[in-house]
Design a protein around this ligand. Structure first.
Ligand SMILES: [Zn+2]
Length: 334
């Protein structure tokens, strides 16, 4: 049965072991992990390990880019090579719209028709005009649950096979230019723990021109972009890209949470998985259920929720959703 989905939210708790997805930079040969301050449900302040939402958004778009190429979705010149400047770096498009004195509303139409990535990921057009396109996908910070994450610093070495005195002198000379050819040691952090994640997709806005309040692309193209974005969302959590994956590929041990969808104008409800605290993994799901019931009232089921307790179960629920989802069209003059 087809299911019209206008909005989708995910609240997750993920157990990730020995990952290094969140490096902040280095001091000497010591790489730092990212720490942020959060307040728990009892008002207590905690300093926790965290991964920024930029990383998950970037991972989602990497997967969407691959899907878009495979399924021949339109992409601007810039996004064809996954240039993050998006349509700003498509010189022909910018030049033509400038020469033709295209209005902002028409520019938006043409941009949505020209590029699926600019449509879904959003962009701030800064070339020749200032025009924002709000992203369809939104991610929050990935936050370690208080007292449930531990970060260690591990010693690594880069060995040089040739260690003669001549070679060492040559490498030392190279050090001055930053070539870093010699043997070196460094410390790298790795973290293990339970992390809270939040994500929202505003699917009804795919192809939607926010100035004209109409869709710039047809139903078939909206369906394709919707399906591929949902596929990419599934891939994001199954294949977590990020820093240092070549030797510190994260172990994803559990993935539990709640998935909500809305078919109308209501946003799919999203309650932070931090709710309830580290000891309680059910309150955020229970509260989500209450919100879903309250939003639906006695009439219909325009808001729905699914809970899951493992990676496999999450993947199955997402698969069902992907196969059933048809985009919801907002009432427009279209
Ligand atoms: Zn683009």
């Amino acid at each position: 049965m087809q299911k019209h989905v206008a909005s989708l939210s995910l609240a997750l708790r993920a157990t990730l072991d020995m990952h290094s997805l969140n490096n902040e930079g280095g001091e000497g040969n010591q790489i730092q992990t990212r720490m942020v301050d959060i307040v728990d449900h009892l008002g207590q302040l905690h300093n926790v390990n965290a991964i920024s939402g930029d990383m998950l958004k970037h991972v989602l778009m990497e997967h969407f880019y691959r899907q878009a190429r495979e399924h021949h979705l339109p992409l601007c010149q810039s996004c064809q090579s996954f240039n993050t400047n998006r349509i700003n770096a498509d010189r022909d498009f910018i030049k033509r719209t400038e020469a033709e004195k295209v209005s902002d509303a028409d520019f938006l139409d043409q941009m949505l028709q020209t590029c699926a990535i600019d449509d879904v990921a959003g962009v701030l057009v800064t070339e020749k005009r200032s025009l924002p396109r709000k992203s369809i996908s939104e991610f929050g910070w990935v936050l370690g649950l208080p007292d449930r994450v531990s970060t260690g610093s591990y010693f690594h070495a880069k060995y040089a096979s040739e260690r003669s005195s001549e070679k060492r002198a040559e490498d030392a000379e190279g050090q001055k230019t930053g070539a870093n050819l010699g043997q070196s040691i460094f410390h790298r952090p790795a973290s293990s723990g339970i992390y809270a994640m939040v994500c929202h997709l505003e699917l009804a806005r795919i192809g939607y021109n926010d100035i004209k309040q109409t869709y710039a692309i047809d139903e078939t193209q909206r369906q394709l972009r919707t399906t591929l974005l949902l596929e990419s969302l599934l891939h994001t959590f199954i294949e977590l890209n990020g820093a240092m994956r070549s030797t510190q590929l994260p172990h994803l041990v559990t993935l539990e949470g709640v998935l909500t969808t809305s078919s109308g104008t209501l946003p799919a409800p999203l309650i932070s998985p931090l709710v309830g605290g580290s000891e309680d993994n059910n309150s955020y799901r229970e509260q989500t259920k209450q919100v879903v019931q309250a939003l639906n009232g006695t009439s219909g089921e325009s808001v729905q929720q699914e809970t899951f307790n493992a990676v496999g179960e999450f993947a199955s629920k997402m698969r069902e959703l992907i196969d059933a989802t048809a985009p919801t069209a907002w009432a427009t003059g279209r």
